[in-house]
Each structure stands twice: as C-alpha cells, then as structure tokens.
Ligand binder design. Structure first.
Ligand code: G3P
Ligand code: MG
Length: 365
C-alpha cells in the first residue's frame, strides 16, 4: 500500500469513523471507477454477500448528490452470456446490473471474432451448448463443439456416449472429415475432461485442422489455442460448488493438455490466455469502463479493483496499474495482507472498500 493511500485511509477513518454518501461532492470531476470481482466479493455460492447491495447502490447514485460512479464486474466465471450473468447477479444482490457492465472470463475473446467470423472454431467447455450460444453471440458464426464431433463420429471418444439430445448440437449434420478446425477456444470448465482433451488434441495434432489426421512435423503449431481462464482451482464458494475443499478448474485442464501434448509430440503447446490476472482482460475491462461512462473522465482515471483472490485479482490489478483492494469475504481470510501478492489496501468487505475509496477520492478536491 502506498504511503499516500495508507495516510489517507488512516486519517479519514480516524476523523470520520465511517464513510458514507455525504462525502460525494456534486462539483467533483470524475476520475475514478471500480472493478469488482464477483465470487467472494459480491456473492458466495448462490447467496449474496450482504454488504454488496449497499456498496453497489452507493455507486449507482444512491447518495446525496445522485451521482453515479462507473463500475464493472470483472470475473473469471463464465459459461453464460453477459446478459445472463447480469440477470443472475441483479437478482441475487437486488441491484440492477447492465450486461454492458459484465466482463466474464471469455468476454475479451469476442475481439477474436473478427479474425474467425467465418472460420470453424472448436468451442470447449460449459453446460450443454451454452458456450456455443455465447460464441455465436460474439460473432463466431462457424462455432462447433465436442458434442458435434461425437455426433459425427462416436468413435472419436469411445469412453462416453454422444448426447441423444439433438438440441445440444450446433447443426445436426456437421461433417468434419473435409472442413478444417481453425482454432480451439476453451470458454469454460470442461464437463467431460476425457472427451474434451482427446478432441482438442485431435485438432491440435491434426494436419491442417482436419480431424482424424496427424501432422508429420510438430515444429510449427497450425491450430491456435485460446483459454478464457487458467485458474487451477475453484474455491468452495464459487457459483458452481460449495464443497468444502477447492475443486479443479479450467487451469487444471490446461496442465493436463499441455502435459499430454508434450508427451505425445515432444513440443511445448503454445496458447494464449485470458482472464485475471492476464493483462488482455484488464485492457478489455478498461475499454468497457470507457464505454459505460457517460460523465467524461478528467485526467488519469484511478481504477479500484476489489477482489478476494490474491493470485487472480490482486496480482492482475497490481500488474495492470490499478489500485488493488483485497477483501476478507472469499478466498483470502488472513489477518493482514497476502504475502505472495500483497494488495495496496485490505478491507473487511466490499462495502468498506467502496466507502473508503469514495471518501478518499472526494476528499482530494
Ligand atoms: O470459476 C472461477 C470463478 O468462481 C471465479 O470467479 O468472480 O471470483 O473471478 P471470480
Ligand atoms: Mg473471487
């Protein structure tokens, strides 16, 4: 934590005791914004974190000046559209969230849609065909999924059965022996690791993306691979699970795939990763903040990133030059600060974080 922040927070807390909307000035120039992690900051499992509602209402203009402070929700979760996530969170915390404010793990990958709009890409992960729907929505017009490949040739992964639910398929009559796969994109957790790893390997090891073929020389990787999130573990209170010990996440599939590729080809598998703590995700979120802000920012904008996971939220924010705020309502529950990825500010919860930042920023005037 910088000495300026430390001093400001310390002094303000000492003088005012607590911080509230009365410190928002109507004449102030807007030069700050927030990025909130979701799991462990706003919600826990499928329940709200109580302080989240007041924190977001305060930013939405429920303050003495009716001023709105811009914020985005920046999560490594995904597997649904931004609209679906906005709806889920709005219901859970009782604050209306606009889909434009939601940055999911795969949201920055929509920028790839220009390059691949008419090229067949394999979209991996998620329940049913939910990630296919997300990909189509982003503009990947030729998206396909492992379900399609299993339906084309059930021997492609003989250890599980192709779905009999035809609505899971992107197009019931896809042909894979002639048309190539141009890229593999993992949008979310795999619901069938064996099948998905096998089919991803098939595409990555194929001659020019034609499934069922094999390259002779693995020096150059023909089929690019993209990951929306490479967190190794999911923590007990994420949207998916409340099991008391961490579960394997998308990053664990990456470890398995990288290792198998190396074992089978002797080469390192190249890939591009999105999601926190990767800079591409922060650049995308920065653009979203620009787009949703009606009141023009003045000067350099301070973005306060509130998160519970030091390795994802704090490392990412520190690396991108945002002000990191670690809360104790999720992954991190320590007394002081994270030793591995120390945050600039540590607060009990999101409400305290918002109140302190508003007091600090408005006090600057
Ligand atoms: O699957 C990981 C997810 O639960 C993390 O979400 O909002 O803490 O980045 P978030
Ligand atoms: Mg979190």
């Amino acid at each position: 934590m910088s000495s300026v922040l430390k001093r400001s927070f310390g002094i303000k807390q000492g003088v005012f005791g607590s911080f509230g909307s009365r410190y928002i000035s109507t004449t102030s120039k807007l030069n700050y914004a927030f990025a909130f992690d979701i799991d462990g900051v706003l919600i826990k499992g499928n329940k709200q974190i109580p302080e989240a509602t007041r924190a977001l209402k305060l930013l939405n203009g429920d303050n003495s000046s009716n001023r709105r402070i811009p914020f985005v929700l920046l999560t490594n979760g995904g597997g649904v559209t931004e609209s679906q996530k906005a709806e889920q969170i709005s219901e859970l915390i009782n604050v209306k969230i606009d889909p434009k404010q939601v940055v999911l793990s795969h949201s920055p990958m929509q920028n790839l849609a220009k390059k691949y709009s008419d090229k067949r890409v394999l979209i991996v992960g998620g329940r049913g065909r939910s990630c296919y729907d997300v990909a189509k929505n982003y503009g990947f017009h030729e998206a396909v999924t492992p379900h399609d490949i299993m339906h084309w040739n059930s021997s492609s992964w003989p250890l599980s059965t192709p779905t009999s639910d035809l609505s899971m398929l992107t197009n019931p009559a896809q042909e894979f022996s002639q048309l190539p796969i141009h890229a593999v994109m993992v949008f979310h957790d795999s619901f069938d690791w064996g099948r998905d790893i096998q089919i991803m390997l098939d595409a990555l090891c194929s001659h020019n993306g034609i499934l069922g073929t094999r390259k002779n020389d693995y020096t150059v990787q023909d089929v690019p691979l993209y990951w929306s999130n490479v967190s190794l573990l999911k923590f007990p209170f994420c949207f998916f699970t409340d099991f008391p010990a961490p579960r394997l996440g998308q990053g664990a599939v990456k470890v398995a795939l990288d290792s198998l590729y190396k074992t089978l080809t002797g080469k390192n598998l190249q890939s591009v990763s999105f999601g926190k703590p990767h800079a591409a995700t922060y650049q995308f979120a920065d653009q979203v903040l620009d787009a949703i802000t009606t009141e023009k920012f003045v000067g350099k904008r301070n973005v306060y990133a509130v998160g519970d996971n030091p390795a994802a939220d704090i490392q990412g924010a520190n690396g991108y030059g945002w002000t990191s705020i670690l809360v104790r309502t999720g992954v991190f529950t320590g007394k002081d600060n994270s030793k591995e990825f120390p945050a600039q500010i540590v607060c009990e919860n999101v409400e305290e974080a918002v109140e302190k930042v508003i007091a600090l920023e408005e006090g600057k005037l």
